[in-house]
Design a protein around this ligand. Structure first.
Ligand SMILES: NC(=O)c1ccc[n+]([C@@H]2O[C@H](COP(=O)([O-])OP(=O)(O)OC[C@H]3O[C@@H](n4cnc5c(N)ncnc54)[C@H](O)[C@@H]3O)[C@@H](O)[C@H]2O)c1
Ligand SMILES: [Zn+2]
Length: 664
């Protein structure tokens, strides 16, 4: 194929892929689409005379199907892309002396919100950049962060991104396993295409603002962020940077914090902070000159599903694991991903041999989001058939719940035994660091390990029988096991892998006054449900399983393993004049000691607040009294705090209280 043909083929592909994407059913991952655009861009740059006409790279979006078309006051453009530090430096060089803000490039859906004489008049999607869809009613009903009124006369237009939070996305998919959403961006776009807000009520969105334009006579701040905040908007997290070096540092920081946020971002945006300067910089055919997008590594890619293996877990659950052709996604090479359960596989229509979309975003385990383009099928794909017997012990499996999860109920199933032993030795439990999973498996095969208490009977002599264990490693293993005898109530309970009992459950039992694992085993369901956040199902599971494990608890005790509550797991002793007495607090952002500037891990700071009488909770809700903010606080948390009328207090104020009370 000559260059002319290649350019035409790529241009056709770009048009077709955009069309599918803007209709809501992308056929490739964004990273793959971007690669096609990049190739086309560089071929055209090298052969400008061969540029196709029209050139899709000079157009925005796609002529989407519009229900209620509205023309934009000014085009809604794309952004120029950068991937290198030099490009950031070149941007600063173009605008000497101009202040620049750096903010996350939010991976949602752009909206223009128009106010007339203070009232919300219209909300419009980007569409093809010139004409978008009127989605005012949907925005009023479903999008947080768009005020119904602003205190400004004339015409005010605010642009920004409508985002589905990752937590909303996960909750929706958990509740609708039969019809899962593929990713938050697509979900946001789909929400604003709905005919009736009631049908998508569980798919709330959050609007984060990043652009402001007003009539000449309207007196608002020159600084973009100040202007948006004054109008009452939640603003994309903007940071002023004086030079390229500072901007590059902020970009790196945004990328490193990417996993801590509750929304997807696919890069960072640099933009002139002064509204007048941004407007004066003007535009190219499809992007503003006063902004630049720095792209990060993709969190979604497509790859081939080469097989599905059914894995036996520590509670006997048999879960499908996707074996993938290696793919670089979310910063690492992924070869395995979860497929949840047989109902999810069925709902998504996945087959072995399919090209699947793999997502690894935030702290979640990589998972197969679905099949994007069924037309890629060759006919050689195979159906995924769930097993009827346990792959480890051969016992017939039982199905549980709506998602028809499969379980092996054989208590002496070898695969489960090994998983439980590995779990006992894991960091969150007994933390037997020197005995890894492979050795646990060998020791179990050799008949030396069957239950947690067996670890404490192992001798160096027994270990030395194994080919690849020498004196030094045998001694290390024994020492590591020895040290784990002080495991205590909380971590022992975690280590015993009681179904439905989480790490939080174990912590709450300790704080509720239980002194030992035996006491929990004897408590009975009634006493257990009295503990905060422990429901009847969890209580029943604890009672049943700890009852069955009574002989094992006795063996652990006999081996000198502590199953008593440890001082570190008890609630701190609070004096009556404690400065935060009775307050429920949420801590967010980076924490550092104002006296030394030293970074303080959040659990350490939380512990100090608890000593000052506070009860710490993980998320802002109606029962929160105070949101304690450190550095780089996400906009979503602040919006939520505002919504619930929660007092927002800077960490500095709390540090002063803690220091004055002698608690820090
Ligand atoms: N998978 C596919 O087949 C396919 C097809 C077409 C497009 N796409 C994807 O769609 C995306 C759209 O590309 P594009 O060129 O239209 O948009 P872009 O990547 O150039 O970004 C422009 C958009 O970024 C948004 N944005 C987010 N945060 C912002 C901020 N802080 N400041 C300013 N703008 C901000 C705005 O909504 C703006 O419309 C790309 O990520 C591309 O990969 C995918
Ligand atoms: Zn089994």
């Amino acid at each position: 194929m000559d260059v002319r043909e290649r350019i035409q083929a790529l241009a056709d592909q770009v048009v077709a892929l955009r069309d599918a994407y803007y209709r809501g059913s992308p056929s490739v991952a964004d990273a793959e689409y971007d690669a096609i655009e990049d190739e086309l861009r560089s071929l055209i740059a090298a052969n400008p005379e061969l540029a196709p006409d029209p050139n899709p790279l000079e157009q925005v979006g796609a002529p989407a199907v519009l229900h209620a078309p509205v023309r934009h006051s000014r085009p809604m453009l794309s952004l120029e892309k950068a991937t290198k530090a030099e490009q950031v430096a070149a941007f600063f060089d173009r605008f000497p002396g101009q202040p620049v803000v750096v903010m996350p490039k939010l991976d949602g859906l752009s909206l223009a919100i128009v106010f007339e004489d203070g009232r919300l008049a219209r909300a419009i999607t980007r569409g093809d950049g010139t004409t978008g869809d009127d989605v005012t009613e949907l925005v009023r009903a479903l999008v947080d962060g768009v005020p119904a009124r602003v205190d400004a006369p004339g015409r005010v237009e605010v642009r920004g991104e409508a985002m589905m939070l990752r937590s909303t996305f996960a909750a929706y998919n958990a509740a609708h396993a039969d019809k899962p959403l593929i990713n938050p961006r697509n979900a946001a776009a789909g929400t604003l295409r709905a005919k009736d807000p009631a049908t998508v009520a569980e798919r709330r969105l959050l609007f984060l603002a990043f652009e402001l334009s007003t009539d000449a006579e309207t007196d608002t701040a020159d600084d973009l962020e100040t202007g948006l905040v004054a109008l009452g908007f939640t603003v994309a997290d903007m940071r002023h940077c004086a030079d390229a070096e500072a901007a590059i540092a902020v970009i790196a920081e945004i990328e490193s914090r990417r996993n801590d946020l509750d929304y997807d971002l696919d890069g960072a945006v640099l933009r002139l902070a002064d509204r007048g300067a941004y407007a004066a910089a003007g535009t190219r055919s499809n992007s503003p000159r006063g902004a630049l997008a720095y792209k990060f590594a993709a969190e979604e890619k497509t790859t081939v599903l080469s097989d599905v293996v059914w894995d036996v877990g520590k509670t006997g659950k048999i879960a499908p694991v996707a074996w993938l052709e290696p793919v670089f996604v979310g910063g690492t090479t992924v070869t395995r991903a979860t497929l949840a359960n047989q109902e999810v596989i069925r709902a998504k229509g996945i087959r072995i041999g399919d090209t699947v979309l793999v997502r690894r975003a935030g702290d979640v385990i990589p998972f197969v989001a679905g099949v994007l383009d069924e037309s890629k099928r060759t006919g050689d794909e195979r159906e995924i058939v769930p097993p009827v017997t346990c792959p480890s012990c051969g016992q017939a499996l039982v199905e549980q719940g709506n998602s028809r999860e499969l379980f092996c109920t054989n208590v002496s199933c070898p695969a489960q035994t090994v998983r439980r032993l590995i779990h006992w030795a894991s960091r969150a439990a007994a933390d037997i660091e020197a005995v890894g999973g492979v050795w646990i498996e060998r020791l179990a095969e050799a008949g030396l390990l069957e239950r947690p208490s067996d670890f404490y009977r192992l001798t160096a002599e027994q270990l030395l029988e194994f080919d690849r264990i020498g004196e030094v490693s045998a001694a290390r293993m024994i020492e590591s096991i020895e040290a784990s005898r002080t495991v205590g109530l909380r971590r022992a309970l975690i280590g015993l892998a009681i179904p439905m009992a989480s790490e939080g459950t174990a912590a709450r039992l300790c704080r509720a006054g239980f002194g030992s694992l035996e006491e929990v085993a004897e408590a009975g369901e009634e006493r257990l449900v009295a503990v905060e956040d422990i429901g009847p199902k969890v209580a029943a599971s604890i009672t049943e399983h700890l009852g069955r494990l009574r002989p094992e608890l006795a063996r652990l005790r006999e081996a000198g393993v502590s199953l008593d509550v440890l001082e570190e797991d008890l609630p701190p002793v609070v004096s009556s004049d404690a400065p935060l007495a009775g307050k429920t607090v949420v801590i967010t952002g980076g924490i550092s000691d104002p006296r030394s500037g030293e970074k303080i891990p959040r659990p350490t700071f939380q512990r100090m607040c608890e000593k000052a009488g506070a009860t710490a909770s993980g998320s802002v809700s109606g029962s929160t009294d105070m949101l304690i903010t450190g550095t780089d606080v996400g906009a979503a948390k602040l919006t939520k705090a505002e919504k619930h009328g929660v007092e927002v207090v800077d960490q500095g104020v709390v540090w002063q209280m803690l220091i004055a009370a002698g608690l820090a």
